[in-house]
Design a protein around this ligand. Structure first.
Ligand code: NAP
Length: 326
């Protein structure tokens, strides 16, 4: 008999057929509005779940007694309670690697846009305010040759380092749990303590996961260590940063600018002070949002779920403890 799968993210027709060949699929579109009620209603029969961007906490998953596997269409796993999943032997899988390059592209887009004031100056042109040659008031700062500081030297951090080192001749420094000799050799990169990186880097880029350890990692103390010409880039998760402290740092010119793809609360409230600061480039969590990459992520998530429901270990299993107790 086919397994019961609840989808809370739409798939392309090709991937939908692929999944339907293995499972009976119920699609809950837009679960954030009335869809959440429909998701709750579908959970009692669900053996597999596939989607992203919803916090699947214990209260929600208690409604799914038959659940065997959750396949997240994301690399970040901050929406899941790993201890709870482990206890119940529910397999969690994610979609690493396929989104690495695209997310690093987004990081670099934010570096360039904030340093060269692309959005602010494009808006000036659009508003008909380009009346004479642009002068120092509107000059940006160089990217090439500046020091790139990466906090979280994992897959995305490394792809960012590659762009900075080979494409823009940037000295690379980084902070991670531990030094990475292979990365250092490849990009001539230097390991730093967090504080030393914050003091030294021209571009400070967050590429680490949101965990209990990293929540609020960058706050008032950390912004105070940065230099007035520093540019802060966040493509990880909003809650790694104390957003109020970031706003203060920008308002008080403790740092020059920020390029932000992620926020404490998403979607970002339209009255956020961040949207009234010319030196902020804000994008709507588009790290992996290209046609090609989102399709590759969905394919990876479908394959993970098909394996898990067939009793096989999924290629991107996040919680091996659950595999052991299931
Ligand atoms: P990854 O390969 O696991 O890399 C994360 C790195 O962060 C690891 O190398 C780890 O260092 C480091 N790290 C973790 N906790 C740390 C801490 N407390 N202090 C210092 N370093 C720490 O993950 P990834 O594939 O690069 O993805 C990283 C994150 O990017 C994801 O978790 C997700 O939240 C975010 N992301 C965002 C978007 C977007 O749309 N904006 C898209 C994709 C991913 P060690 O190796 O030394 O342990």
């Amino acid at each position: 008999m086919k397994k019961q799968v609840v989808l809370y993210k739409k798939l392309s027709p090709m991937l939908m057929s692929r999944l339907q060949a293995h499972a009976d699929v119920t699609l809950i579109d837009e679960p954030k509005s009335d869809g959440l009620a429909r998701l709750r209603a579908a959970l009692p029969e669900a053996q597999g779940l596939l989607g992203a961007s919803i916090k699947l906490d214990a209260a929600l998953l208690d409604l799914a007694p038959k659940l065997e596997a959750v396949s997240s269409v994301s690399v970040g796993i901050d929406n899941y309670d790993l201890d709870y999943l482990d206890q119940r032997g529910i397999l969690l899988s994610n979609t690493p690697d396929v989104l690495t390059e695209t997310t690093a592209d987004t990081g670099f887009a934010l570096i360039l846009a904030s340093a060269r004031r692309v959005v602010e100056l494009a808006n000036l042109v659009r508003a008909g305010q380009w009346k004479r040659n642009i002068g120092p008031l509107h000059f940006g700062s160089d990217v090439h040759g500046k020091t790139l500081g990466i906090i979280g030297m994992g897959r995305i951090g490394e792809a960012l380092a590659q762009r900075g080192h080979f494409g823009f001749s940037m000295p690379v420094i980084y902070h991670s749990h531990s030094p990475k000799p292979a990365v250092e050799a490849r990009f001539n990169a230097g390991y730093r303590s967090l504080d030393a990186l914050l003091q030294e880097a021209d571009f400070i880029c967050l590429t680490l996961p949101l965990t209990a350890e990293t929540e609020g990692l960058i706050g008032a103390r950390e912004f105070a260590l940065m230099r007035p010409e520093s540019i802060f880039i966040n493509i990880s998760r909003g809650k790694v940063v104390d957003e109020a402290a970031l706003i203060t740092a920008l308002q008080q010119a403790q740092i020059r600018a920020a390029g932000l793809d992620v926020f404490e609360r998403e979607p970002l409230n339209h009255d956020s002070p961040l949207l009234h600061l010319n030196n902020v480039v804000a994008t709507p969590h588009i790290g992996s949002a290209t046609h090609e990459t989102r399709e590759a992520m969905a394919r990876c998530a479908v394959d993970n779920l098909i394996s898990a429901l067939a009793g096989e270990r999924p290629a991107n299993l996040v919680n091996p403890k659950a595999w052991a107790v299931r």
